[in-house]
Ligand binder design. Structure first.
Ligand SMILES: [Zn+2]
Ligand SMILES: [Zn+2]
Ligand SMILES: [Zn+2]
Length: 152
């Protein structure tokens, strides 16, 4: 079993980056896969923003409590005050959930690895739906009520 060198989270076989802290994972000395920084195509990415999945190099990564963020200052706030409500199967489902939550007065944001050129073709597609921590319970109850989220 492997663990992330940065944050000690358990890593599943085939994982390309750490879902908790965002670092790209190594296989020995070699990176499992190489991608470029979204902003600096000449530079190798060191990880993906844990909020939006944007690939960042060592010059543009922002570290917060050991986690990798892009330079968007909003994402630091999202890391502190928002949480992942759900991981929809597709961007389409995510957009539908954002609309449903908005109808109930709950603001939600969605991010997808397909938003970026260098991660668009990754076989691991991860779509995240974020809400404010203070609205998480309310949002969860709403999704259940609307039967939009069947799992667990
Ligand atoms: Zn990690
Ligand atoms: Zn970001
Ligand atoms: Zn960069």
């Amino acid at each position: 079993m492997n663990i992330c060198k940065n944050c000690s989270t358990q890593i599943q076989a085939g994982q390309k980056f750490c879902y908790v802290c965002g670092v790209l994972l190594d296989a020995g000395e070699e990176k499992i896969f190489e991608i470029e920084c979204e902003t600096h195509p000449d530079c190798r990415a060191v990880g993906l923003c844990v909020i939006c999945g944007k690939p960042v190099c060592s010059d543009c990564e922002v570290k917060s409590a050991g986690k990798i963020l892009c330079s968007d200052p909003e994402h630091r706030i999202l890391l502190q005050e928002w949480c992942v409500l759900h991981q929809p199967d597709s961007e389409f489902e995510a957009e539908a959930l954002v609309r449903n939550l908005a109808d109930a007065g709950i603001k939600a944001k969605t991010f997808s690895l397909r938003d970026y050129i260098t991660t668009r073709w990754l076989d691991e597609n991860r779509v995240f739906l974020f809400v404010r921590k203070s609205e998480n319970e309310k949002a969860k109850a709403l999704l259940k009520e609307l039967n939009l989220v069947g799992k667990d």
